[in-house]
Ligand binder design. Sequence first.
Ligand code: SAH
Ligand code: F3S
Length: 472
Amino acid sequence: MNNQTLFPLYGKDKQADAPQASQVETPTHARRVYIETYGCQMNVSDSELMAGILMQSGHQTVSVLDDADVVLVNTCAIRENAETKVINRLTQLNHHKRRHPDLIIGVCGCMAQHLRDKLIDAAPYVDLVMGPDAYRDLPIALDSLARGVESHVSMTDRDPFVGLRLDKSEDYADIAPIRKEGIRAWLTIQRGCDKMCTFCIVPFVRGRERSLPLKLLVEDVEKLVDQGFKEVVLLGQTVNSYHDNDADFGDLLYAIGDVDGLERVRFTSPHPADATDSMIDAMANSPSVCKHLHLPLQSGSTEVLERMRRTYTAAEYRDLVSKLRERVPDIAITTDVIVGFCGETDAEFQQTYEMMADIRYDSAFMFKYSEREGTLAHKALPDDVPETVKGERLKQIIGLQEKISAEINTATVGDTVTVLVEGESRRDADKYHGKSDGFKTAVFPKADSKIGDVVNVRVERTTAHTLIGQIV
Ligand code: SAH
Ligand code: F3S
């Protein structure tokens, strides 16, 4: 790289020198930006936020890459294969750039934050590297990069724009995200994570936990209802540790559940250690709060949970599930499980298998442990379970879970479930699809219903992942 740096690399130390986004009013170069999103719903929500920041400053988002001057790839760093996928995509985008030499390629999100300089070494054609707390600077970045394009500095001669500060005070509370029209809206209520599970990169790439003000969130939901949304999904890394002065997550659930015209509230993902009575009460008593809890288990062995620093034991987790099932009848419980974590013995894995067999989750996301540089496990615990053993264990729990999910679905035949109508079935234009309260996909003939209605569907038959029936 030469010294024609268009914009300094600024981390925490240089932050004070960096111009603030608020100083930029109209962009000198309005750009057409194509945003591509990888990873979790939080990233989908962040992409909507990025679109909001860009539109607010006069840029435009486009839905086709060929129409774009700028492509922003919003990335995930949670497991190695998530990063490999993005690197492959960047290689493709570099080919595209050969045909469109002025195209600006930006890498945003968790992987940008995680890989930092290594990303620039691996993909030197990247013009912009920006972490989750720096999106406010997107307009400044595009402006300075666009000036570079106009002054014909060759792309390879320019240093990229780098924004990687993590900022505990950044909650983007004043930014209006740009969402696609629809029935379900995602609403970030908390950013970052303070838990420090030893396997997890999130606290390092998303920074410290911060909650948005309750009053503002309720106003946001009122606006979403005005825009036609019927369901809101509250997002946070440990969403139930939410707090705003004296108000906790249960208070927030009640407040949002009371918004006129909103049919449903869901949230993801809670942490078992933060599952308070206040949260359980709101799930049991607020009619709009869906009776579905995604409750990450990670492992059924207390010893493994300790090495993961999950802060609960296997017995405490089981007790929590019993309490939930008692207090919230018919609750659907889903989970995340990791196999092959550092030092996991056959006996420890067996405890996970048994826990899943006993609890009988409605569904589960299951993963092989993927070591992430910079995490506590990477520093202190050897990644010593052979890949083949990880694969074998994963296969075993996937087989178990598929069987349980199918059995749970089969048992609903003859039941009537309430479904929020979301859209036309992809396979059959005479049918609609939607989700049940417990987040199962239901497919049924349209009859007189329309998108956005809440209908009662009698289940006639099921597949492993779908309920098929008729409106009654
Ligand atoms: N609290 C967050 C967790 C985000 S990560 C949330 O649920 O929103 C989602 C899941 O990915 C975790 O629950 C865990 O099961 C899995 N995961 C995280 N780090 C991992 C790693 N290093 N290897 C394998 N799986 C991992
Ligand atoms: Fe990761 Fe544990 Fe937080 S899984 S997101 S460190 S709760």
